[in-house]
Write a protein that binds this ligand. Structure first.
Ligand SMILES: Cc1cc2nc3c(=O)[nH]c(=O)nc-3n(C[C@H](O)[C@H](O)[C@H](O)COP(=O)(O)OP(=O)(O)OC[C@H]3O[C@@H](n4cnc5c(N)ncnc54)[C@H](O)[C@@H]3O)c2cc1C
Length: 506
């Protein structure tokens, strides 16, 4: 029997709703309440995701992929395109399809050897879909759709929240407006009640703190130490705007180097959002807006500015309170990892509550805190690599990134790559414990042309083989539907095939 009968989720942003929906599945005979402040709005960003998001929505939360496509109007994201690196390469792609270690039938060596000197396009089917502006959907000879299983979503935050709110209500979750200003605690430190401003309270067995950066419970009640990443990652603000769609939908997030940081393009169905992430130590808000507007004359006047801390809590779970989302940590928006961590934290918290029947052993909680610490630090190191090896600008900001940023736990891995080049043996010998894995790091090192003393020595024949291989990837990718075609088919009366059952298409 589950000990928990009532779980309260404090916060109704993306983290709060996703946590509420998952915890409802853990205590189907209990009750979940999501609390939100009528005064504190959601942060309203978090529109780019990794493949973890569709997996979580459709497998963990059992949300029908077709219904989601129709109600939330997502754009399928095949990876990230970076206008980063050195001036010899305009951009490089980070495809969500793992392919780097693959030795294709046409090739003599693994794909990485061909990427350092050549273009980073069409190097797998996923990368082909990015270059050919295609969705993950393929229409078979029988007219049925199949989908490549390596995609994330771009989601309009407002539409997404409206959808998950509706779903939460349909699944019996209570949503309550209240400003939490205090708590009552048991002698062992567990929170027993949340106290509301202006009177009223709520009692529960377990609490999820999804209150955003303020960390209403985890920081204010438990005062958990915060580990800042600001000595390695200097960006701390973003100016964000959008404009109506003026080009066909791109199936990727674009990240573009700027003088004092970088900016994203997130492709929504009807518009594009662009945010300039910059360091306030190097650039004023006015200067950031001026640089953003100069490159984006079409951007609307409804620009908004957000500050953010980069770092994590020392522990995200204390007593009967687990922090999920921005309350537990945030690195920065590049690579769109925040919702990936949210879904991961929720999956693990759900499993812990389920397996322990709500009597969570101390060691389970400690191990989970340790696991999440490793994930945040891993994301920090991976993101630092994007800054450390980018040579697009020579401004003081970028010089400091190149000279002073430390790769942390990935230092040895880079040193190995520097000496040995893109050999897959690196994976066996010295791969950091990373959610991005060997391939993720190699994609970034190769894309940015991080220095190596052991560059590939390819032969003429290798390049002829590479041309054959990439031509095949391009041809296969061209079989996929464009995003516009996919939207039209999926919004029709009888879309062919089942979606949400992605396949590992070679
Ligand atoms: C510039 C920027 C860009 C980002 N881009 C991405 C991205 O592309 N992809 C991605 O995955 N992530 C991104 N993120 C992270 C993103 O913000 C989060 O992943 C996501 O929005 C989750 O936010 P949240 O639910 O934790 O908090 P919020 O959205 O801030 O929600 C907090 C909730 O808590 C409630 N609350 C707070 N205090 C109280 C109180 N005392 N009483 C009652 N209710 C309270 C509020 O009312 C609100 O409902 C970005 C972040 C920033 C700063």
């Amino acid at each position: 029997m589950q000990r928990y009968k009532h779980i309260v989720v404090l916060g109704a942003g993306s983290a709060g709703f996703l946590a509420g929906l998952a915890f409802q599945q853990v205590i189907p005979d209990g009750k979940v309440t999501i609390l939100r402040s009528p005064k504190i709005p959601v942060i309203g960003v978090g529109e780019s995701t990794t493949p973890a998001m569709p997996l979580f929505l459709h497998k963990s939360l059992k949300i029908d992929a077709l219904e989601f496509a129709r109600r939330v109007d997502p754009v399928w994201k095949m990876g990230n395109r970076f206008y980063f690196g050195d001036s010899g390469r305009k951009y490089f792609d980070y495809s969500f399809q793992p392919a780097m270690e693959h030795v294709a039938p046409e090739l003599r060596k693994n794909i990485m050897y061909y990427l350092l000197e050549g273009d980073m396009h069409n190097f797998c089917l996923g990368s082909g879909t990015m270059e050919q502006h295609r969705s993950p959907f393929f229409k078979g000879p029988d007219g049925k759709l199949t989908e490549l299983n390596a995609f994330g979503y771009h989601i309009d935050n407002q539409k997404f929240l409206a959808y998950v709110e509706q779903l939460a209500l349909e699944r019996g979750i209570e949503i309550k407006e209240a400003d939490v200003c205090d708590v009552r605690q048991a002698p062992n430190g567990d929170i027993t009640h949340l106290i509301f401003e202006g009177g009223g309270e709520i009692e529960a067995d377990f609490y999820a703190d999804c209150s955003g950066f303020r960390g209403q419970l985890i920081k204010k009640v438990y005062d958990v130490p915060y580990v800042s990443y600001s000595d390695n990652l200097y960006c701390d603000r973003a100016v964000i705007g959008s404009w109506d769609r003026d080009h066909p939908i791109e199936p990727f997030t674009t990240s573009i180097s700027m003088k004092h940081g970088w900016c994203w393009n997130i492709e929504l169905q009807d518009r594009i959002t662009r945010g300039y992430v910059y360091s306030s130590a190097f650039c004023s808000e006015d200067d950031a807006i001026a640089e953003l507007k100069a490159m984006t004359p079409q951007i609307g006047d409804d620009l908004r500015a957000i500050g953010f801390p980069s770092g994590r809590l020392e522990r995200h779970w204390v007593n009967n309170v687990v922090a999920i989302g921005n309350s537990s940590g945030f690195v920065e928006p590049i690579e769109a990892t925040a919702l990936m961590v949210v879904t991961d934290q929720i999956n693990y918290a759900s499993k812990i509550l389920l397996d322990s029947y709500g009597d969570v052993p101390d060691m389970m909680r400690e191990k989970e805190c340790e696991r999440v610490r490793v994930i945040w630090d891993d994301i920090r190191d991976f993101i630092v690599a994007h800054y450390k090896f980018n040579k697009h600008f020579d401004t003081p900001f970028w010089k400091q990134c190149r000279n002073d940023c430390s790769l942390g736990n990935a230092t040895e891995f880079y040193e190995y790559y520097k000496m040995a080049g893109p050999s897959t043996l690196g994976k066996r010998y010295i791969c950091p414990d990373s959610v991005f894995g060997f391939e993720g790091y190699m994609n970034v090192f190769l894309g940015l042309k991080a220095e190596t003393d052991h560059p590939p020595r390819m032969m003429e024949q290798d390049w002829r083989d590479w041309e054959l291989y990439t031509a095949r990837m391009k041809k296969n990718a061209l079989q996929a539907l464009t995003t516009e075609q996919a939207i039209e088919i999926l919004s029709g009366d009888n879309p062919p095939g089942v979606i949400g059952e992605g396949k590992d298409l070679a």
